[in-house]
Design a protein around this ligand. Structure first.
Ligand code: F6R
Length: 265
């Protein structure tokens, strides 16, 4: 596991975007697992910029998003489909046919979850999975307590997750209670995982995930078991990990790279 710590959230997100761009240059037909949420906004902004400035092409890439709310039509501005269109898909040369999200309007969400996972398998699995982390340690919408062997499934969102995501909805508008999410098992099956963690409000989740034991109460802790995880964090989120590393440099991570100078960590 490699942890890259940056001074600001934007720097961390831009560096993570650069890594995605690099993978795209090397493997134009890459299968990308994508995430939504506030953390990803500047990352997608940077990818769009690179597409405009340098011609970075998404034409042959295939994408699968982690999750979608149940009951939100794709046109609803807070749906993850609309979010991805607005932040990334509409501004690049990606082939719309190769962009996938679970269908939150399916009459049979359980069946949709199974079919979604089958589509990922048909595409050959995920090469690079982008992840954020919830304040409660969730990855995708796998809330605390989710089994590590979970497949793609229907989930009831924690109240805290609904509250955290209310900012993406109009004032007074209800945040959906349910979603379809990739399970922990298919996430772990990704060949590489790129986790972006920024902001002081993620400090506790980040520390629990990577300084504590692997524990289903903190779903992100399962990433300790994956052989190929890269973390891009800002100082505010990573402060406990970086201070521990300075106090005892051999804490079990392959590498902690500070991009902000050791004096500032
Ligand atoms: C979204 C997703 C979630 C978010 C997490 C962090 O597709 O899978 O796990 O990554 O809730 O969200 P933000 O970045 O808004 O704090």
């Amino acid at each position: 596991m490699q942890i890259n710590v940056y001074g600001t959230a934007i720097e961390a997100a831009y560096a993570a975007a650069d890594l995605i761009a690099e993978r795209l240059y090397i493997s134009p037909n890459i299968v990308l697992g994508l995430a939504t949420g506030g953390t990803m906004e500047s990352l997608y902004h940077h990818l769009v910029e690179r597409h405009r400035r340098t011609g970075l092409s998404f034409r042959f890439a295939t994408t699968f998003n982690l999750d979608e709310y149940i009951g939100l039509a794709p046109a609803h501005p807070a749906s993850y489909r609309a979010t991805m269109q607005r932040l990334l898909f509409d501004h690049t040369d990606i082939d719309p046919q190769r962009t996938h999200l679970p269908d939150g309007m399916s009459m049979n969400p359980d069946q949709e979850a199974v079919q979604y996972e089958a589509k990922i398998a048909e595409a050959g699995g995920i090469d690079l999975q982008l992840l954020g982390i919830g304040r409660n340690g969730h990855i995708a919408f796998n809330e605390p307590g989710t089994s590590f062997s979970s497949q793609t499934h229907v989930v009831t969102l924690d109240r805290s997750t609904q509250a955290a995501n209310a900012r993406f909805f109009l004032e007074g508008e209800a945040v959906p209670e349910r979603a379809i999410t990739m399970g922990i098992s298919p996430i772990l099956a990704s060949r590489e995982i790129l986790l972006v963690v920024t902001g002081a409000e993620k400090r506790t989740a980040f520390s629990e995930a990577f300084l504590g034991q692997v524990n289903p109460q903190c779903p992100a802790s399962v990433l300790q078991l994956h052989p190929n995880v890269m973390i891009y964090a800002d100082r505010a989120a990573a402060i406990d990990v970086t201070s521990l590393n300075m106090a005892s440099p051999n804490v079990g991570f392959d590498k902690i790279c500070s991009r902000i100078g050791a004096d500032n960590v």
